[in-house]
Write a protein that binds this ligand. Sequence first.
Ligand SMILES: [Zn+2]
Ligand SMILES: [Zn+2]
Length: 211
Amino acid sequence: MRRAIRATGRGATCCARCCGGSRRAPRASRLESERDELYEAQASKLLAGITVGLDLGRAPLIGAALQVYWVHLVTTLGAQAFGRIDAPTVCPCCGSRPVASVVRMGAQEAGLRYLHCSLCGTEWHFARIQCASCEATKGIEYHFIKDGTKAWQAETCAECGTYLKIFHQEHEPLVEPTADDLASVALDLLVADTGKLRSGQNLMLIHGDEE
Ligand SMILES: [Zn+2]
Ligand SMILES: [Zn+2]
């Protein structure tokens, strides 16, 4: 994992505005020179959802490296990585929460919903019109951006007061849950007006206080 974090830091470049992306990003440069213990501590906080003591500026780089490491683990293990667990709302491979869900298109899977793991990218089947946090089937509502794409929706739950986004391949075949979650922040702002809290975990989009 430490090698993946260093590789992610080496690949990061500065913004196009100041140098055309030719210089190394300052945070990435500092990250590469840090001790292994810092990687481990920051990665542990990020995976546990602890923002106190977490460097929010470096968190996306560490999150990207963790995703590379875990995708490698899961794809290397193949079918052995999968197992039936008692909690259907967390990933059957790594135990992480989903970033969002996808309603698929295609002959055999058309209309079926899958939760997408925020860490290893695994997708697992989950019923529709059911809260992906508390599993309630009542009090479910859907929100979308007026005049926006039909591919993005937010499923809110009155029982636990959370929401998770649903992306519809029927309207956007190339939808990518982590990237589309970032692209649809306007939907988060819309749902925030209802008082519902986000249940989806995105390692590229960390909220909270470092203090
Ligand atoms: Zn996973
Ligand atoms: Zn719920």
